[in-house]
Write a protein that binds this ligand. Structure first.
Ligand code: DGL
Length: 272
């Protein structure tokens, strides 16, 4: 049954799966009383191994679904979609669109490291989005990037603090650590869910940069996000739409939302 979204128009967020929940968590902290409509495209996860054209098509389907459900601002809580489809999304949507790459880069540059490592999906790393944003915004900063395709399934599985994840992380991070990265951008919204293992492997000398709070700050500065009153119907609610019912998603959502989601619907996205 289709559930009506009460009160003021929500902020829309999408990702392929659970990763964007890390951004939702930061947004809820920064904008308490706001309501959110989160779309997890669980039927088509992962995005990170798909070609840019396919990711663009999926992202446009997701955005259209959220716009049709009345969101007043769109957060692309997926680095792969932000890297491959941000200009297309901004052109297609009649509302402000915020991606995750630039806020993450700005947060990393504020730490002052001269060598920044970036980890992300194959799609994100191949797009060069982080490499070019760092070249544009960080004078004299060098960057090395590594694709970590096994991290998304480990995060979906909930293995954020697990010896298998430690071992996989050692394999992916070793070259960046040996090179001397002082900061490591978690260039996929799934990766903060692996933080315990990543911190253990990276060690205390490397700052892990999660773009979620930087994205929440960027959203809060947009006039359309202006804080609503913290009461009234719909205030503070999180509506979740999934393209496939997923136990993995629900397990992580329960953890991030401090309880089971109150509003959950399985939806079909129109193809475009
Ligand atoms: N969480 C997404 C990202 O930030 C996508 C992961 C995936 O579906 O491969 O890239």
């Amino acid at each position: 049954m289709k559930e009506r979204i009460a009160g003021r128009r929500p902020i829309g967020i999408f990702d392929s799966g659970v990763g964007g929940l890390t951004v939702l968590r930061a947004l809820r902290r920064r904008l308490p009383g706001e309501s959110f409509l989160y779309l997890g495209d669980t039927a088509r996860l992962p995005y990170g191994t798909k070609s840019p054209g396919t990711v663009q098509r999926y992202a446009l389907n997701a955005a259209r679904h959220l716009v049709d459900h009345g969101v007043r601002l769109l957060v692309v809580a997926c680095n792969t979609a932000s890297s491959s489809a941000l200009p297309e999304l901004a052109a297609a949507c009649p509302i402000p669109v915020v991606g995750v790459v630039e806020p993450g880069v700005r947060a990393a540059l504020r730490l002052g490291a001269s060598r920044i490592g970036v980890i992300g999906t194959e799609g994100t790393i191949r797009s060069g989005s982080y490499q070019s944003a760092i070249a544009r915004l960080g004078e004299g900063v060098s960057v090395r990037a590594a694709a970590c395709p096994l991290f998304v399934p480990l995060a979906e599985e909930g293995w954020g603090d697990h010896p298998v994840t430690d071992q996989v992380a050692r394999h992916y991070l070793e070259p960046l650590l040996q090179w001397g990265a002082g900061a490591l951008i978690l260039g996929c919204t799934h990766y903060p869910l692996l933080r315990p293992s990543l911190e253990r492997v990276a060690g205390p000398g490397v700052e892990l940069v999660d773009s979620a709070s930087a994205v929440a700050e960027a959203v809060a500065r947009i006039p359309e996000a202006a804080a609503p009153s913290t009461s009234g119907s719909g205030a503070g609610e999180v509506y979740i739409h999934l393209t496939d019912a997923s136990d993995h998603f629900l397990r992580v959502a329960r953890m991030i939302l401090d309880g089971p989601p109150r509003h959950l619907e399985v939806v079909h996205l129109g193809e475009g």
